[in-house]
Design a protein around this ligand. Structure first.
Ligand SMILES: [Zn+2]
Length: 150
């Protein structure tokens, strides 16, 4: 009998709870321990967790959080504008007074939470270098400074 060696289980980090990591990210907490703040400032992710020392600099949320934030805010604001216009037909300045601040507040509130959610998901899935036992992330390698061109 031929025995097939399966290295995939040995060369990867044990499975992580994706929902728990996403919930912790949504709460803007470290996806690994859930104790420390994920962000050092408004949208700047800590390089390492101050509590559990988990490396968080691997995150590559990029454009996904703003895209999802625009999607959510748009689906709240646009029906509100249409309903208000259909029911009361107020002056245009009233629309500006209501919807512009609401849009700003919702966007600024939702954006870091969505970014946290994506960082948590990337951490749980072992993406972009979060899986320490996997092959190095090519994007991470591309950011290593070239010693010949200082
Ligand atoms: Zn932590």
């Amino acid at each position: 009998m031929i025995e097939i060696e399966n290295d995939s289980a040995v060369n990867t980090t044990p499975p992580r709870n994706q929902w728990q990591a996403m919930r912790r990210g949504l709460a803007q907490k470290c996806p690994a321990c859930g104790d420390s703040a994920l962000f050092s400032s408004y949208l700047k992710v800590h390089d390492t967790c101050p509590t559990c020392k988990e490396e968080l600099h691997h995150q590559r949320a990029d454009d996904a959080p703003p895209y999802i934030t625009i999607f959510i805010v748009g689906h709240i604001i646009i029906p509100g504008i249409l309903i208000l216009e259909k029911v009361y037909a107020p002056a245009t300045w009233i629309h500006y007074v209501i919807w512009l601040p609401l849009m700003l507040i919702l966007s600024l509130t939702i954006l870091p939470r969505i970014k946290g959610l994506f960082v948590g998901l990337q951490w749980a899935l072992g993406m972009h270098g979060f899986d320490k036992k996997a092959a190095p992330d090519p994007f991470e390698l591309a950011t290593i400074p070239d010693p010949l061109h200082k």
